[in-house]
Ligand binder design. Structure first.
Ligand SMILES: [Mg+2]
Length: 446
């Protein structure tokens, strides 16, 4: 016999919970609705309640958007190829390599072309070459959003590979096709995807280090600010997926106040725990970030522990961000609808490209939540610039990991930084002036 859930508020708790526990859970849920104080949180934790699971089962705010509203927002088309009135049939897709850089080059039957740069990950070549490229050949590139992406997901049961492995390979081809479509329309990718709203993007420069002492780290952060002219930085906290261990004892607790002291009040700070903590460890770190006025606290808890992340987001006034590893639109929907984070961060490569990421941004917009994409790959900041140029609420700063000089002259005008902002490329497609010159000397990878 089918049985209804034991409690709509706490479906994961099981029907055998005592009344006393149910009362405690209601107390915890009430406090999570209006974020609990640290004291309330710790008291509830000490009671041994499955806080996170219960919090995750909270029903949506009845006055807020419904699941259907979020699905409708996600499905709102973003790609405008209405000016192309004849098919643009994909004739070839080639993987090229030069000096450790990988390119995906597409060409249509009538000679239109586009190019993308990958985020490395050479081990994904078989997925690209066996499961992704063959699907696209002979298809009309104009159907990218309306048909091709979903059909690629079904093709040869690709959905079983959903995650970075499939989505990165999909993104490489999508970026190249958007470049080709943009060139065919005479539009930048931002204009192709709804229209550019801004031509400069504020950025933070990210430190990727954990091997530093707090003193060495702030020195390094200062050098990044000096090099790039950034007005904001991001540093790493915790030990990365470390089950509450720090990279070295006491590093995170010392680094946060020292960064504020050393960099001064003019530089905005971001902290990224890369999934290091359970909530009881994340909260004190979050409080330190609040004390220094940080912009956000990224991935405080294991990335797929949506409920624990929500506990931290509910408990801090500081925005919590996450989504860099997320691969599922419906899980993003949960995070947005239930305020599991305050800022969503799909990675443009790991999440399968601009169109999938725009679907997340559409849902986030409905919940008045910023979308600040995560970037991967040396060239990834260029895709970030296009995405940020067309997305309504991108938060305060976008990620930048240096090395603009490697690509600057491929663009006209050259890529540039001014006053802590990156200029959005203005040429058609991704904005590379001369594809043949950019890929000259690259060899095809069979
Ligand atoms: Mg991160």
């Amino acid at each position: 016999m089918l049985r209804s859930s034991p409690s709509r508020r706490c479906r994961l708790c099981g029907s055998a919970q005592s009344d006393r526990m149910a009362r405690r859970i209601r107390t915890v849920q009430g406090s999570l609705r209006s974020p609990p104080t640290r004291r309330e949180f710790i008291a509830a934790s000490a009671a041994g309640l499955p806080l996170a699971a219960c919090a995750g089962a909270l029903p949506d705010d009845p006055s807020g958007p419904t699941t259907a509203d979020f699905d409708a927002a996600a499905a709102r088309p973003v790609l405008d190829v209405s000016q192309l009135d004849t098919p643009l049939i994909i004739d070839s897709i080639r993987l090229l390599e030069r000096d450790g850089e990988q390119f995906v080059h597409v060409r249509s039957k009538d000679g239109a072309e586009g190019v993308s740069l990958t985020n490395g990950r050479r081990y994904l070549r078989p997925i690209l070459q066996e499961l992704v490229i063959p699907f696209f050949l002979g298809k009309d590139a104009r159907m990218l959003e309306s048909d091709l992406l979903f059909e690629l997901y079904r093709h040869r049961s690709n959905y079983k590979l959903q995650g970075l492995a499939l989505w990165s390979a999909q993104a490489w081809v999508e970026f190249a096709l958007l470049d080709m479509l943009g060139r065919a329309c005479g539009k930048s990718i931002g204009d192709l995807l709804g229209g550019t709203l801004r031509d400069e993007i504020d950025f933070y420069v990210a430190s990727g280090r954990r091997d530093s002492t707090p003193e060495e780290e702030v020195e390094y952060l200062q050098s990044l600010v000096d090099e790039t002219g950034a007005k904001a930085v991001k540093f790493r906290l915790g030990g990365r997926m470390s089950r509450n261990l720090d990279a070295s004892p006491g590093r995170s607790e010392s680094l946060i106040p020292l960064a504020r002291k050393a960099l001064g009040d003019e530089i905005d700070l971001h902290g990224d725990a890369n999934s290091s903590y359970d909530p009881e460890y994340a909260l004190p770190i979050g409080r330190l970030l609040e004390d220094v006025g940080a912009v956000y606290f990224e991935e405080p808890c294991p990335f797929d522990h949506l409920e624990d992340t929500k506990v931290v987001a509910d408990s801090l006034a500081l925005p919590v961000s996450g989504g860099e590893q997320e691969y599922s639109e419906r899980r993003f929907r949960w995070m947005i609808a239930n305020r599991g984070v305050d800022i969503v961060q799909p990675d443009l490569h790991y999440y399968g490209g601009m169109i999938r990421s725009a679907r997340v941004a559409n849902m986030a917009e409905l919940a008045r939540m910023p979308t600040t994409v995560h970037i991967s790959g040396g060239f990834g900041f260029v895709y970030m610039l296009h995405f940020a140029s067309r997305t309504k609420d991108i938060g305060r700063y976008q990620e930048y990991k240096r090395n603009i000089e490697r690509y600057a002259d491929w663009f006209d005008p050259a890529l540039s930084i001014r006053d802590g902002k990156l200029a959005v490329p203005t040429g058609p497609g991704v904005g590379i002036r001369d594809i043949a010159a950019a890929i000259r000397g690259a060899r095809e990878v069979a």
